[in-house]
Ligand binder design. Structure first.
Ligand code: URA
Length: 237
């Protein structure tokens, strides 16, 4: 069951706020009866007519993209740069779930399903976001422990997380670290490493929950299966 104004907005007719106005103005019919009540809920099978137009619920789409570098994570760009949405051939109004920086690569999900996006983003659902970071310098146990326990970024401590050292390159003075978080704060990984004295040279998101880059070349994408979508819905707390 969902609110009538949400249904109208998700069908792509107008914004939720405008939909509320139309309901109040008596311009919305549900199964042949005018509804002016804002709390009115529908199951999705009803016939909804707005200003004489029969609405069709927009079909949901779900994609997994292996994001390349030098692409912005946004629906559109005022400077005309290519966005992640331009890489996916879809007629629906899809958008990226969360953000990857311009120079970050890896797993990015896109959808037009707001509820699905909320489940993935909400830290309470404890969905792993696994990043591989290449750092300038040789990281040691004390910095790794600090990261695991949480560091202050933007005035707030990060939640406990998993951190594993994958490789140290003495010759080139770099380290490769795997870090798994459940939050999704702005530039979180780069800021966390900066806080313990390391610059991130390269960053890749290797996994979100059950979604990995397996079989996906950089810049390519695939649709999620109905089974994968239902696994995410089942994680909702
Ligand atoms: N953390 C960052 O710093 N950058 C990203 O792109 C994702 C997480």
């Amino acid at each position: 069951m969902e609110r009538l104004q949400k249904f109208i907005a998700e069908a792509g007719y107008t914004s939720r706020r405008k939909a509320e106005e139309l309901i109040k103005q008596g311009k919305v019919e549900v199964n042949g009866r005018i509804v002016t009540e804002l709390g009115f809920k529908i199951g999705g099978k009803e016939q909804v007519i707005v200003e004489g137009n029969l609405l069709k619920k927009e079909e949901k789409e779900y994609y997994l993209l292996n994001k390349p570098r030098s692409i912005i994570t946004s629906v559109s760009d005022d400077k005309g740069r290519k966005t992640v949405v331009d890489l996916v051939d879809s007629q629906k109004r899809i958008y990226p779930i969360g953000r990857l920086d311009y120079d970050t690569t890896g797993v990015l999900l896109l959808t037009n399903d707001g509820e699905f996006a909320n489940i993935l983003m909400h830290p309470n659902n404890q969905i792993d976001k696994v990043y591989i970071a290449k750092l300038r310098g040789l990281i040691r146990g004390n910095a790794i422990n600090k990261l695991k326990n949480g560091v202050m970024i933007d005035g707030r401590k990060t939640k406990k997380c998993r951190v594993k050292l994958r490789k140290i390159d003495l010759k080139n003075n770099t380290s490769i670290v795997e870090i798994t978080i459940h939050e999704g704060r702005n530039h979180q990984i780069k800021k966390m490493f900066r806080e313990v004295g390391f610059e991130v040279l390269k960053l890749k998101r290797e996994r979100i929950g059950i979604f990995t880059l397996q079989g996906l070349k950089t810049g390519s994408y695939r649709k999620l299966s109905p089974k994968e979508v239902s696994v995410i819905y089942s994680l909702q707390k």
